[in-house]
Design a protein around this ligand. Sequence first.
Ligand code: AMP
Length: 428
Amino acid sequence: MRFQRPRGTYDRTPDASPLWRQLRQLFDRLCVQYGYAEVDPPIFEHTELFTRAVGEATDLVSKEMYTFPDRKGRSLSLRPEATAGVVRLVLENKLLAAGGLLRLAYWGPMFRYDRPQAGRFRQFVQLGVEALGSASPAMDAEVIELFVGLLREVGLAELRVDLGSVGDACCRPAYEDTLRAFLAGVADRLCPTCQERRQANPLRVFDCKEPGCQALLGEAPRIMDQLCADCQAHRDRLEALLGARGIAFRRDRDVVRGLDYYTRTVFEVNYPALGAQSALGGGGRYDRLVEACGGPATPAVGFSGGLERLVWAIGNEKTLGRADLGVRGAYLVLLSAAAEAPAARIAARLRASIPAEVDYSGRGLKAQLKSANARGARFAILLGEEELAARAVTVKDLDSGEQKALPEENLLELIQAWSAGAPPAARP
Ligand code: AMP
């Protein structure tokens, strides 16, 4: 019997691991530099958290959530996005009690039951940040800058930042009325789902993927044309701040985010070369969510980015050479079973400076050297009967082919000298 992974999932295989590890390190570094602390809520939560926070009428909650009863009959859901869980975590752990700003970051799997296609999975990994406690457009600008900075550092230059606003409690009700009036006029041509959305949650009609509805909505009024003075001022200030930071953006009346909780700023960062699924990430401001989850009124803004698409985009541009993917280490080649214990001891010493792998396969010299090259090692360290008797080792520089026998205690010194003398060439 052969098993296959479930539809819409993928296996991350070892060849992808250096790149993923590097992205993780880069994200961690940016978070430290900007002061975002990592949090890690569980991947499943009470279903009600998502219906309340994300919105019952959203596609995300009504169609795409993995929901199941646990053994006691409680309804749980795999998280389709991270913000609801982070806000729950903040409130449950009373993190707002200290006052001031709270800068948080996360990285982990999300789950959405959606039609799989290139760049769209049912389990995928998101990284993201949430900044709670500031209503200033400067906070929005920082969050966008952090994400764009991450993308630029991995060499993705051809980005398109789409920036919009969805208004707030002041201007949105009036806009919803305008939209309802428009929808009433075209009601007989809307799909059944949009018929339902029309009254209760008219903004959600913009999520509709039906071509008929999309064509009708081209003519629909947009909230960007109807913002109140405060929302306008917020948008103008954010645009000025982004301009000052050299972040080009496109004012977009059509950025709609598929979640109910957004207020004012919404944005999406696209990498157009990816085609249909070109959004690398998106986010926005959610000034009312904390309160809606039972906390004190707290303005907040955040983004989330999709790792699979990021990796895809990097592969597309081949921006990162394999040489960038970490330090190249030593590969210990064992020519006798008696070498196992000394090899472990020598490897432990080496690891204080460089990675060291020991070959316990029991194969011959040639096969082990081949593995050393395949693993991208810089040095092969040969341990045979003779070497052991003399507490000596033979080192081979796999780049230059140079080889030298020397006492074990001088090994690190030689490796350091060779490493410093000749910068490691790019891995094949
Ligand atoms: P969203 O909050 O839905 O805009 O998601 C943020 C980012 O996560 C998107 O811009 C994508 O990069 C990524 N993403 C969302 N859904 C999926 C999915 N089903 N598969 C892979 N990546 C996704």
